[in-house]
Ligand binder design. Sequence first.
Ligand SMILES: NCC(=O)N[C@@H](CCC(N)=O)C(=O)O
Length: 681
Amino acid sequence: LNEKLVCGYPLSIFFIVVNEFCERFSYYGMRAVLVLYFKYFLRWDDDLATSIYHTFVALCYLTPILGAIVADSWLGKFKTIIYLSIVYAVGQVAMAVSAIHDITDSDRDGTPDSMTFHIVLSMVGLFLIALGTGGIKPCVAAFGGDQFGEHQDRQRRTFFSVFYLCINGGSLLSTIITPVLRAQECGIYSKQKCYSLAFGVPAALMVVALVVFIIGSGMYYKAEPQGNIMLDVCKCIGFAIKNRYRHRSKQYPKRQHWMDWAEEKYDKLLIAQIKMVLKVLFLYIPLPMFWTLFDQKGSRWTLQATTMDGNFGALVIQPDQMQTVNPILILTLVPIMDSLIYPLIKKCGLNFTSNFYFSFILSNFQKTLPTFPSTSQSQLKLLNMGSNSVTVKLPGNDALILPAAQVYPFINNCNTKFTNLLPEVILFKSATNDLTSKPQEGNNAIRFVNGMKTAVNVSTAAADFGLIEPFYYSNYSQIKNGKATFTLRSGSQSCEYSTNFGFGSSYTFFIHSTLVFGSNCQDSVTAVEDIKPNSVHMALQIPQYFFITAGEVMFSVTGLEFSYSQAPSNMKAVLQAGWLFTVAIGNFIVLIVAELAKIPKQWAEYVLFASLLVAVCVIFSIMAYFYTYIDPTEIEAQFKKKINEDDEDDKSKPGKAEVEMVKRDSIKCHDEYDKATQTKM
Ligand SMILES: NCC(=O)N[C@@H](CCC(N)=O)C(=O)O
């Protein structure tokens, strides 16, 4: 092993953790703006955007198997990391290029003319990123673990904690930075939201990650790959199953483990190693449920945040920025757990090496949306633009008294026709122009209705509503939260109207016929609330972030180290990939339950997930109780020693009796393995 030590730690791990920091910056930075890119750049709807997003995340956690097989069986971890990092960086560059709208904007109107080009290039980019990020992920963690000697167990545990901190440091920074970059405007012919920059910076960070990793090259301990181990494993398992089936009759004595049926053909060391791996993989079965809940931060929880109030006083938080709570909590909780809680638990004599905590989903639902018409209905709004109340009689309905400057929402069957309304009563048919969902990104959707006999121009610093004809209305414009001042103009005369906005509301502003330009027009505009502003504060999401992150710290950091320490030497990356595979399954569950099953009530979906997690938690606790810790290095050393001794004996006294003895010894050694794994945790 590498002997260059700093404070008892190999110097090489410095390059590995910096590489991980940059790589995670690249991954999470790109992921933070991905759904918005699908929605606003590629113009996909919510469902398609969410489905492709979760499919991509799931793919990123499926490809570790590929990377691990290549690393453990063929190229070794070092070369696999280098080659796949190049693939990864190319993918990130492809994403950045796919987001340059000018490439296909031949008419220079600000929108791409060939969406197919952008879709194809971004899908190719995402595929390469999934291959790269997933492929190197199990290799980097295991490669870091490889840098420690047998006597450095404590340092290796600390390494995995620091490794996790770097993951979250990178993710925290990028989740803050890339949404800011995305919000900038850039372009050659026309200025648009700068997704290319938001993808370009992660691409640059991936190149930095690769360069840092290469700089450390001379300092790493590089374990040699040990042949096509996965093929051997599959063949060995296949043979054991076949052999067991062939000897299913009662006349054959039972063996301790079904894998022992491979003994006739396969090396006992390989069989023992497969047993170690299978034992751990069996323990992983309930784990995807944790990731099912965990990975909804990026979708369901962010969508929930769009319906909440993000005003934290001096700070206004955007819905997608709430995700940064997770890395912030990780950066705080990991040091507290490592330096305080775990040592305290150890002092109390409790064994707490394998933890699995469930989190509670605090589902806060809000009724800020009005009742919208069903598909067989239409919604009408009656606006009285006059200065006196009027009585309106609609066919088949009682007479309505409509006060001055008021709106009356009215649901009716599509086919009813209304005629002969008073000139000052304006009729809106909502199917064509009313907003029926919360405005995006916590913005407010605003429109104006002109009740004057002259055309009025309305504008603010952020939006231009254009010239509104008499008794007509403008399109909706998006206004951010806070105070907005609208300038109302007719010819050379103007006046100003100011009001405050919260998050996620929709208003129709009526300009009265009595408005006099040149004076204060504050009293001559009436605001009618179509959709209430978000009333539940985003801070209420913090407890749910806290619980899920506390669960993550106890479960995921230890799980990473557990997967390394319990894996045989030739399958370290493979077991890391098995661990990551549970994340992929978790995301597929989200895809199936949340996206395809479409449970109508969101609270019912949350309750379903939380109940499943409680059940899984109980099952996992029982499984973990019966799990016995092993020391793969020691077991492998015992086997190797025995094999060497047998070889020596074979050389000096070849003969049938000796061969039998070797066979017996081998079986004894195998029994020792079984005994060694009987001790409970
Ligand atoms: N806080 C998220 C995080 O740290 N994620 C890690 C680990 C994921 C895992 N399944 O181990 C990451 O590497 O992104």
